[in-house]
Design a protein around this ligand. Structure first.
Ligand code: ATP
Length: 234
């Protein structure tokens, strides 16, 4: 579904991605793990058209999407739930969600997406008219994911959904990620919480200073002594 070949990204003269190769098949949850500053967000933002790819190729559903604008990628079936959530604090839950469906015209389809999001996140339904800035961290995370789902993406890019959340909320979010995947959405998950990420993924990639250093079956990686030592605090 998504193929990344020899991807290089720079910020000025900082060489943030140094030739990344990755592949995601339809129906998978794939995680990209790595320490702070490894280049995880840069990878996601380059795929999503928010950061310029200097070299390499990104193919989505057979189509070359390298450096395609983010808004066009939404129409192609890809959407991003960004790090730090970035919900619109002054807007209500419903208004935030509606923004996620901006490219859709069909009212019935938009209503169906609202229903899907409220079924997945009943807490959001209870808070429809509440300003997003007054939600808890976990609820804001749900809102960011819900907003990304409003465009009914075939591929959902999730940047650090566990960031800054209490362990029980993290459990809940990861269980919802599994539910979203079971409904047919392919997921690329970026996480510092390698433990949780590997537990829900079929495969994973390990990123270190802009280079993929390991990849494979998520459960095998979780058992790998190098991964345990560096990312699982064992
Ligand atoms: P984090 O979990 O902290 O977000 P990350 O693995 O997602 O880490 P990136 O944010 O992708 O890492 O950063 C990769 C490298 O690029 C780092 O060295 C970082 O300092 C640098 N970098 C990221 N964004 C910018 C930017 N806007 N301008 C300059 N350098 C940047």
């Amino acid at each position: 579904m998504l193929k990344i070949e020899g991807l290089h990204t720079y910020y000025g003269n900082i060489h943030a991605l140094k030739g990344i190769d990755m592949e995601i098949d339809e129906g998978e949850i794939v995680s990209l793990i790595g320490s702070n500053g490894a280049g995880k967000s840069t990878t996601l933002n380059t795929i999503a058209g928010l950061v310029h790819a200097a070299q390499g190729k990104i193919t989505f559903q057979g189509r070359d999407i390298t450096n395609m604008h983010a808004y066009k990628l939404v129409d192609q079936g890809m959407s991003l739930s960004p790090e730090g959530r970035e919900v619109f604090a002054a807007l209500t839950v419903e208004e935030n969600l509606r923004l996620g469906a901006y490219s859709k015209k069909d009212k019935g389809a938009i209503e169906a997406s609202f229903q899907r999001v409220y079924d997945l996140f009943p807490r959001l339904k209870e808070r429809i008219t509440q300003q997003a800035g007054t939600l808890s961290g976990g609820e804001q995370q749900m809102l960011a994911i819900g907003r990304a789902l409003m465009s009914e993406p075939r591929l959902l890019l999730l940047d650090e959904p566990s960031l800054g959340l209490a362990p029980n909320i993290v459990q809940m979010i990861f269980s919802l990620i599994t539910d979203i995947n079971k409904q047919g959405t392919t997921i690329l998950l970026i996480e510092q919480n390698a433990n949780m990420a590997l537990s829900v993924s079929s495969r994973a990639y390990v990123l270190e200073t802009g280079t993929i250093t390991m990849s494979g079956d998520a459960h095998e990686l979780a058992d790998d002594p190098r991964v345990k030592k560096a990312y699982l605090a064992m």
